[in-house]
Design a protein around this ligand. Structure first.
Ligand code: ZN
Length: 190
C-alpha cells in the first residue's frame, strides 16, 4: 500500500501545478487508522507546492496534535468531515478561481457534460474560514449527498474515497464553471 503521506504530498503538488488553488490557499487531509487524520500544515509552515512528507501533521479526531507541525487552520472542517464517516477518506479544500467566482456570486453552474454528471454540488453561505459553523454547514451538505461544496466568498471542498478521484472532482468542477461562464458570455453577445 502506498504511504498516505506520499499520496497527500503528490496531491498537493498536483492541485498547485494545475492552477486549482494558489499555493498558500488550500489544505488536504486523509483518514488514518485509530481515529487519526493526516493533514497539511498551517500555511505559515509551508505552501502546498513546497510540501515534503515530513511536513505533514497527524491529528486525532478530537483535535489533538499527535505528530508534526501546527495543522491547517481549516482543521475543524476536516475533522468534522472525517468524523461524519460517510466513506470520504480524502478531503481537499482549495480556491480554484472560476469556482470561487461562482461561489462568490452564490451561483451554481449548469450540468453540461457527461463527465461532470457525477459532481453533486451545493453551496454553503458565508461563514468564517476555520470556524465550527463552516465545518457544520459543510458536513450537512455531505450528509445530503454532495461531493463538491462551494463556499460563498471563499473556496470549495471536494470529498472522495479515493485520492486521485478527489483531484478529478476538483478539476471537473473548475472546468464546468469555466465552460458555463463562456457559454453565458457567448449567449449574451448574440
Ligand atoms: Zn480556504
Amino acid at each position: 500500500m502506498t504511504d498516505p503521506r506520499v499520496t497527500l504530498v503528490s496531491l498537493a503538488k498536483k492541485i498547485s501545478e494545475k492552477g486549482l488553488t494558489i499555493s498558500i490557499g488550500g489544505n488536504i487531509s486523509t483518514s488514518l487508522p485509530d481515529m487519526r487524520i493526516l493533514i497539511t500544515p498551517s500555511k505559515q509552515h509551508k505552501t502546498l507546492s513546497e510540501l515534503d512528507v515530513n511536513d505533514l501533521s497527524v491529528v486525532s479526531l478530537s483535535g489533538e496534535l499527535i505528530q508534526g507541525p501546527k495543522p491547517s487552520a481549516e482543521l475543524p472542517m476536516h475533522i468534522a468531515i472525517h468524523s461524519a464517516a460517510q466513506g470520504n477518506n480524502w478531503v481537499i479544500h482549495a480556491h480554484p478561481p472560476m469556482a470561487v467566482a461562482y461561489a462568490s456570486e452564490k451561483t451554481l453552474p449548469e450540468q453540461l457534460f457527461v463527465e461532470s454528471s457525477r459532481l453533486r454540488f451545493s453551496l454553503v453561505g458565508l461563514k468564517s474560514p476555520g470556524s465550527e459553523e463552516l465545518a457544520k454547514a459543510v458536513v450537512e451538505k455531505i450528509r445530503e449527498g454532495s461531493n463538491a461544496i462551494l463556499l460563498e466568498g471563499h473556496g470549495v471542498v471536494v470529498v472522495s474515497n479515493y485520492a486521485n478521484d478527489a483531484v478529478l472532482l476538483l478539476e471537473e468542477l473548475e472546468n464546468l464553471c469555466k465552460t458555463d461562464l463562456a457559454r453565458h458570455i457567448l449567449k449574451s453577445s448574440r
